[in-house]
Design a protein around this ligand. Structure first.
Ligand code: HEM
Length: 445
């Protein structure tokens, strides 16, 4: 475990909110705090997250890439990502996504006591693979499970050491490279198989093939899509369940809201299985008619998305709060500085979804006070897919199952442990001490 969150919080205390600089791999990184600075870090033109990730991220580049080619590649990736999550595709995918969610929740339920973070990652990974890949892959449980393992090994081999010393061929670095090669190989193979098929469908890979990309570039798009699209969504879905399970009043509100939505769009006495009935709710209604669930997701994301946004200045020198960030240097802003700031959010560590309602609107107290989906020049482009997937899996669990938060041995858990904010990878409860049980419930109306 790294102590990144503690380090940033401690430095903030010591510098009383003034920026401070430190070195990583010989590069100068400056951490900024406060409203004015976060605006500049997130919205200034030269501040580039991808250039920063290439040096300090999970998959560092070993050489400086050609700037123009890189920009072209990033623009193309964004275009392809947006085409994969086009509204029409998502609307059409809803029944299958609900089926995925139902089948996997049932499978997890049969396991007895399980880790909701593993289960939700599993569900979200399957749903995201369905949106992005092709039938041969997403309908093959074993192949999806293998691919999931490859992605996990990419994540878990990103240790502090391997990020700080990307050139050192230690076991973590080798594990990461091996996972990367395996994933790219699998996506290339799936793409070339689809390219030779006579029956082009509406599947993600077929769509990318029809847009004229070569196998390598499609593999890259799929890789980026699955990386950006699975970890955070799975973690947020798990935390949303934890918060609902430990706040019965909110659980009841959301359950009633989903039941109302279901009853409005499907026949009340319909005896179809739940995923089929939920499929009758159109995309627009999922997006617009679940205000309590929206508040729960918003609050979950505020509480959990507290890592650091990292930028590399690829433009001219920029001065922020009296500190010059020269071309090639790095700036960082900890989302916790906004999300856990008591002068913005009252009792910031409490789960209190009402804080966004008219009359309070704490997230509007300062510019960019809520940055759970990013802000400025590089906001999240997958937010709609992430929220839809979370809503589908939450509706499945809430209406289709009797569920409980438990400790490792199955004893009822009334309160949930705090988030382990220093985790380098996913933010889970401290000491991994929160588990779940799920039992299929017949009553759903
Ligand atoms: C609950 C789930 C998610 C959360 C909380 C989340 C949050 C964020 C945040 C905070 C950023 C900005 C990072 C920064 O400023 O450095 C971001 C960027 C991004 N997200 Fe998400 N995200 C989620 C799911 C997704 C999904 C499902 C996709 C795609 C399938 C996606 C694709 C991206 C991409 C491509 C960027 C980079 C945008 C750019 O550099 O211009 N995200 N996300």
């Amino acid at each position: 475990m790294s102590r990144r969150h503690d380090f940033v919080t401690e430095c903030l205390k010591q510098t009383r909110g003034r920026p401070f600089s430190f070195k990583v791999l010989g590069h100068s990184v400056t951490a900024f705090y406060g409203e004015k600075s976060r605006r500049r870090v997130l919205a200034e033109q030269g501040m580039d997250p991808n250039a920063a990730q290439r040096v300090l991220g999970i998959i560092p580049a070993f050489t400086e890439p050609d700037k123009e080619k890189q920009a072209e590649g990033e623009a193309l990736f964004e275009k392809r990502l947006l085409s994969l999550i086009h509204r029409d595709r998502l609307a059409e995918a809803i029944p299958s996504l609900l089926e995925d969610s139902w089948v996997l929740c049932e499978e997890w339920g049969k396991k007895g006591v399980f880790d909701p973070f593993v289960a939700m990652y599993d569900v979200v990974f399957q749903m995201t693979a369905r949106v992005a890949t092709c039938r041969d892959l997403y309908e093959n449980r074993q192949a999806v499970a293998q691919l999931q393992k490859n992605f996990l090994s990419l994540e878990t081999n990103a240790t502090s050491f391997s990020i700080l010393f990307p050139w050192f061929p230690g076991p973590a670095q080798i594990g990461r490279l091996a996972a990367l090669i395996t994933i790219i190989r699998k996506f290339r193979k799936a793409t070339s198989t689809r390219r030779q098929a006579s029956d082009m469908s509406g599947d993600g890979i077929d769509l990318l093939v029809s847009q004229g990309d070569d196998d390598g570039s499609i593999a890259g798009t799929l890789m980026g899509f699955m990386m950006a699209g699975t970890v955070n969504t799975g973690v947020m879905a798990a935390w949303a369940l934890l918060f609902l399970g430990s706040h019965p009043h909110w659980k009841e509100r959301v359950v009633n809201e989903v039941k109302d939505l279901l009853n409005k769009h499907s026949d009340n006495i319909n005896t179809d299985p739940l995923p089929k009935r939920l499929s009758s709710v159109p995309l627009k209604a999922w997006e617009e008619n679940l205000p309590f669930m929206d508040l729960v997701i918003r609050e979950t994301v505020r509480l959990i998305m507290c890592g650091s946004a990292i930028r590399r200045n690829i433009g001219r020198d920029i001065e922020i709060e009296g500190v010059t960030i020269r071309t090639g240097e790095f700036a960082t802003y900890s989302l916790a500085d906004a999300h856990l700031n008591p002068s913005i959010y009252a009792n910031p560590n409490d789960f209190d979804p009402e804080r966004y309602l008219p009359g309070r609107e704490e997230d509007k107290k300062e510019a960019f006070a809520y940055i759970g989906w990013g802000a400025g020049r590089h906001p999240c482009i997958g937010m709609k897919l992430a929220i839809l997937e979370m809503k589908l899996v939450l509706a499945t669990v809430l209406l289709g199952f009797e569920w409980e938060l438990v400790d490792r041995s199955g004893g009822h858990l009334k309160t949930i442990p705090a988030p382990a904010r220093n985790n380098l990878h996913t933010i889970r409860p401290l000491e991994n001490s929160c588990y779940m049980t799920l039992k299929s419930a017949k009553a759903s109306s």
